[in-house]
Design a protein around this ligand. Structure first.
Ligand SMILES: [Zn+2]
Length: 477
């Protein structure tokens, strides 16, 4: 299947139109033709046989085929009637944990403390984080995620690998109350984050951030220090909130048993830079506080179902116009880094919760996966829709495979039929990152070899750890 027309063919195509409209006068960088464009603009406009014109990193025209008479470009992509949509945005991940995915699946109750943390303590290294991020970013690019938000360690190595693949990311350096792989002192992540933020502050693809792990693993004073720094440095703050039902009683100093969200408000750190991951155990009062602070929530339905942590009040938040995006959580929590399966979970979990099949229709789910994610990361002026002036973060999803046919309602086709292999082209910041399943900048054979080395190194340790962890008591409520 040849999707890219040559320069010569593009010339013929444009000459063909010139009889109708004589001027072919603007030289752009790239043109996408012949697609069913889901713009995800305010009116959710769909353009059949649509055309998108890109100049460098920016979308400069969106419309019908008449645009072909006005623009030409050295790169013309024929979408072949596929669905052309904004790249998807995964608002919560721990991408390097892809090195561990598939481990600890034996039914361990206290999996976070008895399995995740010891495994990370023993096996994480700079090299593993770099190699695993590369694998994860390739997986994301091949499945149409163009931006992801992440909370992990050695964020400079993650940034390097992410940029090599060519994705956009909000990368939060973890801050936690015990020593970790990149910070021998408790809370050493704060200093690490300051350096990382300084290094990447003006990067076109990377938004550096703070990632205090959770309300029960970061003290009040450190959350306040991070809040001050995030103001000074204009950096987002990514944090786990309301993932477990017993977080309030695990917060140090929370004598009044305030909810985690009320605690954040009480100590003066709940603000518009904060992205709350999970938000499962939220009351209406909590939602009101989030709304008033203009903070955001990352909804991770597939990970929450697998972890049996509960169903977030996502439909309530959606209706109340909370900044709400979709996330997968880390690859040990959902095993997928792309959003395809998460899309149907996002809808179906809410329908089960409310016993109502009319809510969270496919169009709303795709909204959450695109502009919703952009809003959650406060990037809606740059990404999340196909509109003039926005960055060219665009994917083409083919509609010719049997699982994609028929395609009566593209939103339903995407949410309930599509899978990662249907993504034909991924464009980030005006650059083609993946085309016909090939990643432009990565030697796949080398990457596969590196992953095998990691796998061989981890396997034996993981087996022993599992035996111990399975006996550990649960902390979850
Ligand atoms: Zn998480």
């Amino acid at each position: 299947m040849k999707r890219t027309l040559s320069l010569l063919a593009a010339g013929i195509l444009l000459t063909g139109c010139s009889a109708l409209a004589p001027q072919t006068n603007y030289n752009a960088s790239m043109i996408i033709t012949n697609g069913q464009i889901l713009t995800i603009n305010d009116h959710k406009k769909v353009i059949n046989d649509g055309v998108i014109v890109i100049q460098d990193d920016t979308i400069i025209a969106v419309g019908d085929e008449s645009l072909l008479s006005r623009y030409q470009a050295p790169k013309v992509i024929d979408a072949e009637d596929g669905i052309v949509m904004p790249g998807m945005i995964n608002t919560h991940n721990h991408l390097p944990m892809i090195a561990f995915r598939g481990l600890g699946e034996e039914g361990i109750s206290n999996r976070l403390f008895a399995y995740f943390f010891p495994l990370e303590k023993e096996k994480l290294s700079r090299e593993l984080i770099y190699e695993a991020t590369k694998l994860g970013a390739v997986d994301l690019a091949q499945s149409g995620v163009t931006t992801y938000a992440d909370m992990y360690y050695h964020m400079d190595d993650m940034a390097r690998a992410t940029k090599e693949v060519g994705l956009r990311a909000v990368l939060g350096e973890t801050v936690i109350k015990f020593p970790v792989v990149d910070a021998p002192e408790p809370y050493g992540g704060i200093e690490y984050a300051k350096d990382f933020i300084a290094e990447y502050q003006n990067d076109p693809l990377i938004t550096p951030a703070f990632a205090p792990h959770a309300v029960y693993t970061v003290s009040k004073e450190k959350l306040q220090e991070i809040n001050q720094l995030s103001q000074q440095l204009a950096a987002p703050v990514l944090i786990h909130v309301g993932e477990f039902g017993n977080e309030a009683e695990r917060i140090e100093g929370n004598t009044e048993q305030l909810s985690p969200v009320a605690w954040l408000k009480e100590i003066g750190v709940l603000d518009s830079r904060m992205v709350l991951a999970h938000g499962i155990h939220l009351s209406q009062d909590d939602i009101d506080l989030i709304k008033a602070a203009d903070a955001s929530v990352a909804y991770n339905p597939m990970a929450n179902a697998k972890g049996a942590t509960g169903i977030a009040p996502a439909w309530d938040m959606y209706q109340q116009d909370i900044r709400l995006g979709l996330g997968t959580d880390g690859p040990m929590s959902s095993n997928q880094v792309d959003l395809w399966r998460t899309l149907s979970y996002a809808a179906n979990m809410q329908r089960l919760k409310h016993e109502d099949r009319t809510i969270m229709i496919p169009e709303q789910v795709i909204e959450l996966a695109t502009i919703g994610g952009a809003r959650a990361l406060h990037m809606e002026d740059e990404i999340g829709s196909i509109e003039v002036g926005k960055k060219a973060d665009i994917i083409i999803v083919e509609t010719q495979s049997p699982n994609m046919m028929p395609n009566y309602n593209p939103y339903a086709t995407l949410v309930y039929q599509a899978n990662p292999s249907n993504v034909a082209i991924t464009i980030v910041n005006g650059d083609i990152v993946m085309e016909n399943r090939q990643i432009q900048n990565i030697d796949m054979t080398e990457m596969q070899k590196s992953v095998k080395v990691i796998e061989d190194d981890i396997a034996a340790f993981a087996k022993e750890l599992s035996k111990k962890a399975i006996k550990s008591p649960s902390l979850m409520k």
